[in-house]
Design a protein around this ligand. Structure first.
Ligand code: GRF
Length: 193
């Protein structure tokens, strides 16, 4: 008997530089029957990124690109993405800033997750800065990537309360748990619009 493979999923790539916990949650999401995406490629600038292990575990191709020359690295990445017919890029802890040209060639097809309630705390050390400013809430944001850092159209956000005894570490952990839920939800939203 021929099994139905269901509707075609959008081929996606996830870009990482570190632990890859968002990558793992995206892979698990992509395996659901009703997920709009499949993950077909993992890209990293860092050969030591712990998250690369998920390529092996889940049998997904992974590629590491040397970023000594950013323009060359991006050219190679673009050709890899085209080869694999990738239609969506999910940045998940990718620590390099994509060039304007790169963003243009995938316009409206690059998502990022950021550990703050944007437009507050763009860039690095978000938890430290939120706590130093005695914020009562922080959270995470999934947004479209444009040429200005952490400034593209917001898709979804999740707020978390900063407790009295909060530390940067505990806040990071609390926000990360929400990131793992928010990214799949945001992807569903993008494809239902
Ligand atoms: C997350 O906090 C994400 O928001 C930020 O980098 C971190 C990546 O964590 N951009 P992980 O590698 O997905 O565990």
């Amino acid at each position: 008997m021929v099994q139905s493979t269901g509707p075609k999923k959008i081929k996606s790539a996830v870009f990482i530089s570190g632990t890859g916990s968002n990558l793992r949650s995206l892979i698990q999401f992509s395996k659901k029957n009703n997920s709009p995406i499949s993950i077909d490629l993992i890209i990293s600038d860092n050969p030591k990124a712990k998250g690369l292990k998920f390529g092996k575990i889940f049998k997904i191709s992974k590629k590491v690109f040397n970023y000594d020359h950013k323009i060359i690295a991006e050219k190679k990445i673009i050709s890899e993405l085209k080869n694999k017919n990738i239609k969506l890029i999910c940045l998940a802890g990718f620590m390099k800033i994509l060039s304007k040209d790169f963003i243009k060639s995938f316009k409206g097809k690059i998502l990022n997750i950021h550990p703050s309630l944007l437009p507050k705390y763009k860039g690095l050390d978000t938890h430290q800065r939120a706590m130093s400013n005695r914020e009562k809430y922080s959270g995470c944001t999934v947004h479209l990537v444009n040429s200005r850092l952490d400034s593209g159209k917001i898709i979804l956000q999740k707020k978390v309360k900063i407790s009295k005894s909060e530390t940067v570490k505990s806040l990071a952990k609390k926000v990360l748990i929400q990131e793992h839920k928010l990214y799949p939800k945001a992807i569903r939203k993008v494809f239902s619009l």
